[in-house]
Ligand binder design. Sequence first.
Ligand SMILES: NC(=O)c1ccc[n+]([C@@H]2O[C@H](COP(=O)([O-])OP(=O)(O)OC[C@H]3O[C@@H](n4cnc5c(N)ncnc54)[C@H](O)[C@@H]3O)[C@@H](O)[C@H]2O)c1
Length: 279
Amino acid sequence: MSVIKSKGYNVVIGPGALKAISDFLSGKDYTSYFILCDENTFRHCLPLLITGCPQLGSAHIIEVDSGETTKSLDFCTYIWQTLMDYKADPGSLFINLGGGVVSDLGGFTASVFKRGMDFINIPTSLLAMADASVGGKTAIDFYNVKNSIGTYAQPRGVFVYPFFLNTLPPMHYRNGLAEVFKMALIADKELWNSLKSLRVDSDIDHFLQKSIELKNRIVLKDPFDKGNRKILNFGHTMGHALEALLLETGNELHHGEAVYIGMVLESHISFQKKMLSKK
Ligand SMILES: NC(=O)c1ccc[n+]([C@@H]2O[C@H](COP(=O)([O-])OP(=O)(O)OC[C@H]3O[C@@H](n4cnc5c(N)ncnc54)[C@H](O)[C@@H]3O)[C@@H](O)[C@H]2O)c1
């Protein structure tokens, strides 16, 4: 198990992550627990979480639909209503159990409920483990514009339990690798070379660890995206535009797919610009 120190919280990675959640909860005095999941993480991940952390047996479960369209004001309202109904207070803990959609939506709703309640991220997709759960950015989509409403809010902890990946559909696994490739391309030539030569699947724990370390290093230097953190947006400007375009027409391009296309387009544009400036 490895522990990476971030902005006021730890990112725990490895098979001991569930035990680490249980220890974390035992050391706190939360009045109640709320677990946000979608139908897939409800089915595949929640039973494992509760078995590993018996304290969560009494948690209120909030289940939302899977997919990007859930990152919306309607679902925020649903979550805030549930928190009110079950009398969540500033002493409650909100737990995001899911992919990047759950951590973005749940992080946002928790960060503004009663001016902010504690939350932790338990990422279950590769994309959320390697990227979305770390760094303190939360957001929902509004008016078909990706991540247009959100906050910078740090979780109290991030717990990466790679075993959850066993049930992740292969398509979403490939999507998650987009963010690992991005991290290597922008920040670590050695990681890029090893990604090309090693077997990604069998070494996924290693790549996860590297990816989180790299993102964390960049985020700690620029937590509010004013300078160098913008390099994390490689592939995202074009990617988000494509995602938004498809959302508008009622279709979905998965985030990872959009990032792959965005990286190719943005590299091409920057290459063209360089060539033109040489003429
Ligand atoms: N805040 C950030 O820093 C940041 C960074 C990158 C991406 N994002 C956001 O992350 C989102 C994409 O995240 P994603 O790719 O994880 O999408 P997602 O949350 O929709 O998850 C992908 C699919 O996998 C399913 N799933 C997740 N874990 C599973 C498991 N263990 N077993 C079975 N099924 C599982 C989900 O139900 C969903 O159907 C986008 O909205 C993007 O904007 C945020």
